[in-house]
Design a binder for this molecule. Structure first.
Ligand code: FSO
Ligand code: SF4
Length: 542
């Protein structure tokens, strides 16, 4: 195996024996195989379209699901990957049989092996290291990781019956492009194009979420517990959230959000459920302790799963693209009502959660809510009460160096406001950083995909202040990354022309020194220094 797609990769180089995330070498190889065969499927779909064939939405969904399920900490289940690979080969073969001209197809498009032993063998030959030139490899993988993030967002929108055919077709085209002999310049363009489609994908999901559940609004979220048995729901899929809330209504079982599902508390449509209590715990990586004390079943709708301890493994359920061997997977296709009754019955047999903290946190500052407060915010900027905004979105993780973000938040000048989205916020959202004239100093827009809101807020401020360039705003970017959804958010910001983004806690291992050079020269990307140095760098001249 060789995997370096996330921030916690071994020695910041690559996992080669087993994933730091807990992924086995076999699963890592099967994920490589799935990506490779999906590139093949994408090419056959593109050729079929070119020959006038109708390609269904369901086929587009196969491509995005396949990409999504290989994201860090989403699916650890070897059997699931065997099944998906064979299914993808079958779908591809059917399309191929109807294709007239097969001349230009890559090996990945023509591969039709069904013997699992032979597939395992091939899997060891088609991974990341099959591209020898490290700069080409770096740009190809940067594209692939961005596409994985984009596919995840797209899939959540699909679950709400929203599709953007252009985004799907782009994902397929870009997958094929990563197999072509493109120059470094062409690949840099592909990376930026991926970012531009990232903006579209996030807009699609924003539209899907808000049209189904309303616009997020300022909300105080309870972080304590009640004395009823309960289910904890983690991940990003709001359609799963809705189905769970409906099915638990009147059963005596409460529902709490975990990690990236926290922003579900901000949506008007979910506030009507009396048994929706609030949020339990922190970012994904603390789940080993927090699931122990939660006592009830946990439903993962997406990443981030930490391989569960035996003491609570029987309480872990997965659905959608998530999976873990030995844990029950709840099925359900797009448009179908999933059946969560087994989890609900399980919860009834469990004690109520143990309280690990109490009080409230405030969030719900997505674009619509912030626009409603625009006059107040603009006034605060004009009067000098707010000097700068710091975008600190992204992911949290186990890396020791991530204490940096807590310390950085504490050390910020009092006239700065943090704009955040994603699970990175857990490093500072319980610090009580106060407010500026009633505007909280931490404005949480929501999940990592709600970074789209942060981009819209920046564009709105640019308009209000009549600026030519988004980089002339009093906004600095100090972003934390962990997995591939953060990669698409980063590429989306680059495509919008945002410069001088600081990225930590370490720069991605998949960026070769030459690619880092390109990003530094063209976009001013930089890593972190110490808190003191960065505070001086960002705010020193003020
Ligand atoms: Fe966090 Fe995990 Fe949203 Fe990621 S829970 S790390 S960027 O999956 O998805 O922010
Ligand atoms: Fe290693 Fe991250 Fe890949 Fe897991 S996802 S194998 S931790 S690089």
């Amino acid at each position: 195996m060789f995997c370096y797609q996330c921030q916690e990769t071994a020695q910041n180089k690559g996992c080669t024996k087993m994933g730091v995330c807990g992924k086995t070498a076999t699963v890592a190889n099967l994920q490589d195989m799935l990506i490779w065969i999906t590139k093949g499927l994408a090419q056959v779909m593109i050729e079929s379209r070119a020959q006038g064939k109708d390609i269904s939405k369901e086929l587009n969904h196969v491509v995005s699901y396949n990409m999504f399920t290989t994201i860090t900490n989403a699916n650890f289940d070897e059997a699931a990957f065997n099944e998906i690979i064979l299914k993808t080969i079958d779908i591809k073969e059917k399309l191929l049989s109807e294709l007239e001209n097969k001349e230009n197809l890559f090996e990945s498009a023509l591969y039709n092996e069904r013997d699992l032993e032979k597939i395992y063998q091939k899997a060891t030959e088609v991974g990341v290291l099959s591209t020898e030139n490290e700069d080409i490899r770096s740009l190809r993988e940067l594209t692939i990781y961005g596409l994985k993030g984009l596919a995840a967002y797209s899939k959540h929108a699909n679950a709400l019956l929203k599709d953007d055919g252009e985004v799907d077709e782009f994902i397929q085209k870009a997958l094929v492009d990563t197999q072509k002999d493109l120059s470094v310049d062409e690949l840099v363009n592909l990376v930026l194009d991926t970012g531009a489609h990232g903006v579209k994908g996030m807009a699609l999901l924003d539209g899907a979420n808000t049209s189904a559940y309303g616009n997020p609004e300022i909300t105080k979220v309870n972080i304590g517990v009640r004395n009823n048995p309960a289910i904890l729901i983690s991940g990003h899929d709001l359609r799963d959230m809705e189905m769970l809330l409906k099915q638990t209504e009147g059963t005596g079982v409460d529902v709490y959000t975990h990690s990236e599902m926290l922003p579900a508390n901000y949506y008007p449509a979910f506030k009507k459920y009396e048994h929706f209590v609030g949020n339990y715990g922190n970012a994904w990586w603390k789940q080993k302790e927090e699931f122990e004390t939660f006592n009830g079943p946990v439903l993962f709708t997406t990443n981030c799963i930490v391989p569960p301890k035996d003491s609570y493994k029987d309480r872990i359920y997965t659905t959608g693209a998530a999976g873990f061997p030995g844990c029950k997977h709840i099925k359900g296709e797009i448009g179908e009502e999933k059946d969560f009754s087994e989890i609900i019955e399980h919860a009834k047999r469990c004690p109520a959660p143990i309280e690990i903290e109490s009080g409230e946190i405030v969030g719900g500052f997505a674009h619509n809510q912030v626009f409603a407060l625009a006059d107040k915010i603009v006034e605060a900027v004009k009067s000098g009460a707010i000097k700068k905004f710091v975008v600190m979105g992204g992911c949290d993780g186990r890396h020791k160096g991530r204490d940096y973000y807590t310390e950085f938040a504490k050390a910020l000048p009092q006239d700065t406001v943090i704009l955040t989205a994603g699970c990175a916020k857990y490093r500072y959202n319980k610090l009580n950083l106060g407010d500026i004239g009633g505007i909280p100093r931490v404005l949480d827009a929501g999940q990592c995909n709600d970074s789209y809101s942060l981009a819209l807020i920046a564009l709105k401020l640019k308009e209000v202040f009549e600026l030519e360039d988004i980089n002339d705003l009093p906004i600095v970017y100090n972003i934390a990354w962990y997995e591939q959804k953060a990669v698409i958010v980063l590429l989306a910001l680059l495509s919008l022309g945002v410069k001088n983004i600081h990225l930590g806690p370490t720069l991605p291992a998949f960026l070769s020194p030459n690619v880092v050079d390109v990003l530094v020269k063209n976009f001013g990307i930089a890593g972190n220094q110490t808190v003191e140095e960065d505070i001086e760098l960002f705010f020193g001249e003020d």
